[in-house]
Design a protein around this ligand. Structure first.
Ligand SMILES: [Zn+2]
Length: 422
């Protein structure tokens, strides 16, 4: 469909900054030559993807029989497979470390979707090159030692797993490291702290976690903290308290992305006003389609575009199911990606699966092996290969780089920030 919002009676697409013509049937005519029948031949695309999304070998990792069946079904799969496996695919949020810490989950062997959504063999099969692992700290642990101990434990467990499987995966702390690992055919794992309460309201704790490799912090989880209101709790500060503003600036200085998933709308706007680097929502969807407090409004999407930030669409069925639309399916996730791209612009949309953190996923998107179907769906809706590369991972690399360069030159930006504060 051309505009998801119109179907549910919204107006988000009209006059959107990225409003543009769609070519629902254009891909087959302009797409590259058909895929050859062997995986080796698929490594040479007709037109290389942009440098921003460079890349692994491009080998299609789907089982051969499945690949043949897809090609038989629709010739667009030729292009979809080529684009998907050449892309650097980057997921903003998976809760796998909690499984590792609580159930001894091992990402080395392949597991069934009913057991978990992600492991190294299924990441490879689904073409998933990089993922932010959530260092999730429950709100009930409060803002003291128990919370920071929990964060350190999950980081330790994740690093032990990566050490155990060092031939196939490694920790990444920069966009360049992500690219290098992907080029070498290894999975890149980044660390994101889910729950700013684990900072114990301390900039020193933030910097210590950054040294451990943490590259984003969600300001809150489900509960309001002593310095930030959460989306799903009683507001206490009307958004971000002064201490929260200091912590956002400290995140900018430390090269840690400010993650506004779980934050209240007021906290979102306050953080945008303070942050001197692009912000992200590592796992949130569009409220115009699914009215949930955890999703972002169209106004927030437009503000995010101004900030050069990124919303990574959550796959959780409750956050993408549309009123009157029946049980959530992969098409709903495509609707959310489409809507966010229409309102914020294609440069500001990514993937934030919430794999291993949610009880149910939409039909057709049951685990990491299903990601190529999103690429197919985006191409089917008229997105160009270049746009798909951005959504799949190019945008995530861009914001990571922006956070890095902001941290590398804090002095100049601080004087700008100070001038604006006066
Ligand atoms: Zn979450």
């Amino acid at each position: 469909m051309l505009c998801a919002a119109l179907l549910v009676g919204g107006t988000g697409c009209r006059g959107a900054p990225d409003a543009r013509t769609r070519f629902p049937n254009g891909n087959a005519a302009t797409g590259p030559a058909p895929l050859a029948d062997t995986a080796a031949d698929t490594a040479r695309p007709a037109s290389p993807p942009p440098k921003a999304a460079m890349l692994d070998s491009g080998t299609v990792a789907l089982p051969d029989s499945q690949r043949r069946a897809l090609l038989k079904k629709d010739s667009l799969w030729q292009k979809a497979l080529r684009v998907h496996y050449r892309a650097l695919v980057f997921d903003g949020h998976a809760d796998t470390p909690t499984l590792m810490a609580e159930e001894g989950y091992d990402i080395g062997p392949r597991h069934a979707p009913a057991e978990a959504h992600l492991d190294l063999p299924r990441m490879k099969e689904g073409g998933l090159d990089a993922v932010f692992f959530s260092i999730y700290v429950p709100s009930y642990l409060g803002e003291g030692r128990r919370a920071s101990a929990r964060a350190r434990r999950l980081i330790r467990t994740t690093k032990q797993q990566l050490e155990k499987h060092s031939g196939r995966a490694a920790l990444a702390t920069s966009a360049e490291e992500v690219r290098r690992l992907a080029r070498n055919g290894k999975r890149a794992v980044l660390l994101g702290l889910e729950g700013g309460h684990a900072l114990a309201a301390s900039e020193d704790t933030l910097r210590a976690l950054a040294r451990q490799g943490v590259r984003y912090v969600t300001l809150t989880h489900i509960g309001t903290t002593s310095w930030a209101d959460a989306a799903t709790d009683t507001p206490r500060h009307g958004g971000l308290a002064p201490k929260g503003e200091d912590l956002v600036r400290a995140m900018n200085d430390a090269g840690v992305l400010v993650d506004l998933s779980h934050a209240s709308d007021s906290t979102f706007y306050d953080a945008l006003a303070v942050s001197r680097a692009p912000v992200i929502l590592s796992h949130s969807s569009a409220r115009a389609l699914t009215p949930e407090a955890r999703n972002v409004t169209d106004d927030m999407l437009r503000a995010l575009a101004e900030n050069n930030g990124l919303v990574m669409i959550n796959f959780y069925d409750e956050y993408v199911e549309q009123p009157g639309g029946g049980p959530a399916a992969l098409e709903d996730v495509l609707d959310h990606l489409d809507h966010a791209a229409q309102v914020a612009g294609v440069e500001h949309v990514g993937l934030g699966s919430d794999f291993d953190g949610v009880p149910r996923l939409p039909a057709g998107l049951g685990d990491a092996t299903r990601l190529p179907w999103l690429t197919y769906g985006l191409l089917k809706r008229g997105y160009t290969a270049e746009e798909v590369y951005k959504i799949l991972g190019g945008n995530a690399l861009r914001v990571l780089e922006a956070a890095e360069s902001r941290a590398a030159k804090p002095e100049r930006d601080d004087s700008v920030a100070a001038a604006r504060r006066r």
